[in-house]
Design a protein around this ligand. Structure first.
Ligand code: NOJ
Length: 720
């Protein structure tokens, strides 16, 4: 066989170092070595976020131009999925060159500038490292298939016997039937855990391991702050096993961590291991042989959705009870949605059937073992559910990772193939291409969402900045509140007994404070008695508005009443400490609210009769010294200053009550902004309305079973 020429870029070593960013060039970053434990991550698809020109594809310069927005939102770290050269048959996870930037995204210089500009704004950047496999277009594979005896001949897993490793499951069940594919060039089968155009690298080969170390070195020298280790459970194979989570994989990861700690201390490794908690914790390694700093917690995510429809806290409570403790300094990564399908691999068969019924009634909404929809449409655009889901994400253990566009309630497009359904262009404005690009609309890498409900004319950043009750402002506000309470990142999690199965209660505590979090999963009001035996007599203060709540009773119980999909975050203080502390948010002359048995709102709850309460509007918590960064976004009103000039003729304000959302005004065609706002007005209440106007009735009013509900699922009604 003749040796194919291997392009220089394919050579695993040496990698030319690029200039390392000087510490002086990162004025915005704190030196906290455990920054990731209290950080809010934001997954931003380069291709989807912002096009600086008219290429039709997002790029580095576009992202740089939008960094002010991300800083304003309150994001601490960006996660960039692959931006490397790639045939893009798996969204870039089919890498054909690990050490450069795909030309459509810009240049290495642009990447340097992105790093500098993000760091200057106090934001870090982690990138995807796709170690398990390459594209079949990668020069390593091209060489391997054509020159088995050459330097790359053993870079992949080849066999003549396609019956090996039969105990390994197929992951992409929609497209693949086997983990082996026959290569007509080498006339052997190659191993792949994902698409058949993504051959797995052979980690038994030391040259592969060293090549991957060099890739990591390269990007560390560029200055990235860490790596999301894609598909990390599958690096090694062994006969008679599932070929997942093998000891050899852990050995390699511990070696990788040792190299990073020695050569690039402070860089963070994050495991993408879609596994059960007891298997995932192995990816933290041991004290002597640490592996990853963070691991995504996959199983908790679908259970948040499950709990919302079941209207019981059980699923979330149980998975957290089954989650082992993690080493000091480690952290979970949590999320509601990402660029993949909402995976249902880590739920039971019954739960999966129920979730398909609740959340993916149209088969087009399903992909592999999961649901390819975005957060807002999954939750029926219910503002109350969106708030509740975020409140859980931000208060449960772990560092939350938001998915671009979910902060404005972006929709999806199930008519696009595979996971492109949730990878459409970011919706910035109601203008052409949603302000994402100035290209001819037909040139966009994917069309912008123009669905009836989530049309970009209605759901976009500009409109939501203009409306201070928008989801965007709400998300920004709650991120700010979370920032003021690092306990949500580094605090212990203690679940509390409650007598109402719709209600989840737990405390988060560190040496500085304890916060009690109580959440009503049901879509009807609930009253619950929470057991706080260690906090009898303690005082409770609302984190958002500073209102005093009734103290925990002498017997250690607390009775709370929560509205539909409601939640409380209450600071728990000893009475002697409370007296010394200011009642946050209350003017000094206003006496504390009288203690009431079931948690009546305090005097700061100034919403008029019938007006929805806008929690983040009262987040002006005067915490000296720990306040949020105060970036200014051009055209953004300062917090608390109402907009006086409505943008572009969109009338501010709430549509009259009684006008059902989604009912077009007479004579208006569907899909033309025909909501309650009248002709030409985007149906902004879909995302902008407050509680009470949120369309929560979409799941059948008071907890009715919906069509398509799986027979195995319990009826959501669970009034105790
Ligand atoms: C996980 C990534 O999130 C997904 O998008 C990709 O298809 C697989 N890994 C394979 O790389």
């Amino acid at each position: 066989m003749t040796a194919a020429p291997v392009p220089a870029a394919a050579l695993p070593a040496p990698v030319e170092p690029t200039a390392q960013l000087d510490a002086d060039e990162r004025p915005g970053l704190t030196e906290d070595p455990q920054w990731y434990r209290t950080a809010v991550f934001y997954e931003v698809l380069l291709r989807a976020f912002a096009d600086s020109g008219d290429s039709g594809t997002g790029n580095l310069r576009g992202l740089i131009e939008r960094l002010d927005y991300l800083q304003w939102l309150g994001v601490d770290c960006l996660w960039l999925p692959p931006f490397y050269p790639s045939p893009l048959r798996d969204g870039g996870y089919d890498v054909s060159d690990y050490i450069s930037v795909a030309p459509e995204y810009g240049t290495m210089e642009d990447f340097h500038e992105l790093m500098r500009e993000a760091h200057a704004r106090g934001m870090r950047i982690v990138i995807d490292l796709v170690m398990n496999h390459t594209s079949d277009q990668h020069p390593w594979f091209q060489s391997s298939r054509s020159n088995p005896d050459g330097p790359y001949g053993d870079f992949y897993v080849w066999t003549d016997d396609a019956t090996r490793y039969q105990d390994a499951r197929v992951i992409f069940v929609d497209t693949e039937t086997s983990n082996w594919t026959f290569d007509p060039v080498r006339r052997q089968y190659f191993w792949h855990r994902f698409f058949s155009h993504q051959p797995d690298l052979n980690f038994e080969n030391p040259a592969v391991r060293e090549a991957m170390f060099d890739v990591v070195r390269f990007w560390c020298r560029v200055g990235v702050d860490g790596f999301r280790l894609d598909a990390v459970p599958y690096l090694f194979e062994a006969e008679g096993t599932s070929c997942e989570n093998l000891p050899r994989t852990h050995e390699f990861l511990a070696d990788l961590r040792a190299m990073v700690d020695a050569e690039f201390p402070g860089k963070v490794l994050i495991a993408e291991a879609n596994q059960w908690p007891e298997d995932v914790v192995e990816y933290y390694g041991t004290e002597e042989r640490p592996e990853c700093h963070m691991c995504f917690h996959f199983p908790v995510m679908p259970r948040i959705y499950y709990a919302l429809r079941e209207q019981r806290a059980r699923a979330v409570r149980d998975i957290l009870a089954d989650t082992p403790a993690i080493p000091a300094g480690a952290q979970w990564g949590t999320f509601l949605r990402n660029h993949d399908e909402l995976t249902l691999e880590m739920v039971s068969t019954e739960e999966r059937a129920a979730m398909y019924g609740w959340y993916a009634e149209d088969p087009r909404m399903r992909a592999n073992v999961g649901i390819r929809r975005r957060l807002a449409p999954l939750l029926g655009n219910s503002r109350a559910e969106l708030e509740l889901a975020h409140a859980l994400l931000l208060s449960l253990p772990g560092s939350p990772c938001l998915y671009y566009g979910d902060e404005i309630g972006m929709g999806d497009n199930i008519w696009l193939p595979d996971r492109d359904a949730v990878r459409t262009p970011m919706q910035w404005t109601p203008d052409r291409n949603a302000g994402f690009s100035t290209a001819d609309p037909g040139k966009l890498y994917l069309p912008v969402v123009q669905s009836l409900i989530n049309h970009y004319a209605a759901v976009n950043v500009e409109a939501q900045i203009a409306q201070k009750t928008s989801l965007l402002h709400w998300v920004r506000g709650i991120l700010e509140v979370r920032r003021q309470h690092p306990v949500f990142g580094d605090g212990d999690f203690v679940p509390l007994p409650v007598d109402n199965d719709a209600v989840l209660a737990f405390t988060r505590s560190n040496a500085r404070e304890t916060v009690l979090c109580v959440t009503n999963m049901a879509n009807t009001a609930r009253s619950a008695t929470v057991q706080l035996p260690d906090h009898a007599g303690y005082h409770l203060t609302d984190v958002f508005g500073g209102a005093r709540f009734p103290a925990v009773r002498a017997d250690g119980t607390l009775v709370l009443t929560l509205g539909s999909r409601d939640f409380f975050w209450l600071v728990v203080t000893r009475p002697e400490d409370t007296d010394a502390a200011p009642l946050l948010g209350l003017p000094a002359h206003v006496p504390p609210a009288p203690a009431e048995e079931d948690g009546a709102a305090g005097p700061d709850d100034a919403a008029g009769p019938g007006e929805p309460r806008q929690r983040p509007e009262s987040y002006a918590v005067p915490t000296a010294g720990t306040g949020p960064r105060a970036p200014t976004l051009p055209g953004t009103p300062a917090r608390g200053i109402p907009l006086s000039t409505p943008p572009r003729g969109v009338p501010l304000g709430t549509p009259p009550r009684g006008v059902p959302v989604g009912t077009p005004a007479a004579g208006l065609p569907l899909g033309d902004g025909a909501g309650a706002g009248g002709a030409g007005t985007p149906p902004a209440e879909v995302v902008d309305g407050g509680r009470g106007d949120d369309g929560r009735g979409d799941d059948g009013g008071p907890a009715s079973a919906r069509p398509g509900t799986a027979p195995t699922a319990e009826t959501p009604e669970s009034t105790p």
